[in-house]
Design a protein around this ligand. Structure first.
Ligand SMILES: Cc1ncc(COP(=O)(O)O)c(C=O)c1O
Length: 287
């Protein structure tokens, strides 16, 4: 008999979103005039930009001709011209020391933020800011990094760092040992951005505590205030302690198209069971 992954039975999300929908419906019925800002599951609202649809048509034409057809790529990182353009325009233009061969193009940031757990140890302890994009928590539950949830929906073993009006939605640094912390700026769902000083505090903490930051910059294109970092790599030292996730879902309306990228700097290492420092770039390249 095939054994199931019992960790999936701990998941609460199947109950959470129907419950949010039920409460929103009841509130809307009782308050017909209310304009409700929904912080549940969302989607983009605009069609793809013309630059994208024109490039897609040209790419389909290329694939339809024997002379220009392309199949599998030489490596699993994505077209070099695309990674070069991303490295130049999204990172180096902002002073980030990120090269094209540290960029991995993928079919979605949700998948990457789940798959990254494959290269990390099975006994890691994670911290999340709270509230948080639920994927970080759920994928760690599935991977067996947590205990069951309590009646507030909080999983045992996870360190929750509250983002509240009292702390201006900027959670404190962990005071307990954790191996991995998820940061999302601009934040889903609070919309908060992080200043250079805030991110520098996180990088210093991660380096001092041998922790890994998983930085989700899915909404970076919406930062308009000068001086607010778009990437964790705008902070000195981040190359040694952070992986960054980016997505084309929000800035180009690609939620259905599926295209994203993950940056794994070559200088970033983790410990093997034997105590050896192993570059995470090499592990991520193998998948
Ligand atoms: C913070 C955050 N990261 C990642 C994603 C998912 O991105 P993708 O569509 O590339 O999987 C979302 C989608 O809602 C998100 O809110």
């Amino acid at each position: 008999m095939t054994r199931i992954n019992d960790n999936y039975l701990k998941l609460q999300a199947g109950y959470l979103f129907p419950e949010i929908a039920r409460r929103v419906k009841a509130f809307a019925a009782d308050n017909p005039e209310a304009q409700i800002i929904k912080l549940g599951i969302g989607d983009v609202t605009e069609p793809l930009p013309a630059a994208c649809t024109e490039a897609m048509r040209a790419a389909v034409d290329e694939l339809s001709r024997r002379e220009t057809f392309r199949g599998y790529m030489d490596d699993s990182q994505g077209h070099e011209w695309l990674r070069e353009a991303i490295a130049t325009n999204d990172f180096q233009s902002r002073g980030c020391d990120i090269a094209a061969d540290e960029i991995f193009v993928s079919d979605g940031s949700k998948c990457d933020s789940a798959n990254i757990l494959d290269i990390l140890g099975s006994d890691i302890r994670i911290a999340v800011t709270d509230p948080v994009y639920p994927v970080y928590v759920d994928t760690n539950v599935m991977a067996g990094h947590t205990d069951a949830a309590n009646d507030r929906g909080e999983y045992g073993g996870i360190l929750y760092l509250p983002a509240t009006a009292e702390n201006n939605f900027t959670p404190p640094l962990p005071t307990e040992p954790v191996d991995v912390v998820y940061l999302c700026y601009p934040n889903n769902p609070t919309g908060t951005v992080a200043t250079k000083e805030t991110l520098a505090g996180w990088v210093d903490w991660a380096k001092a505590n041998d922790a890994l930051i998983l930085f989700d910059a899915a909404y970076e294109a919406f930062i308009t205030t000068p001086g607010i970092p778009h990437s964790i790599y705008e902070i000195d030292g981040a190359r040694d302690c952070a992986i960054e996730f980016r997505s084309f879902s929000k800035n180009a309306g690609f939620t259905g198209v599926r295209c994203a990228l993950t940056v794994v700097p070559k200088s970033l290492t983790g410990k093997s069971a034997g105590g050896e420092d192993i570059p995470l770039h090499g592990l991520w390249s193998r998948r």
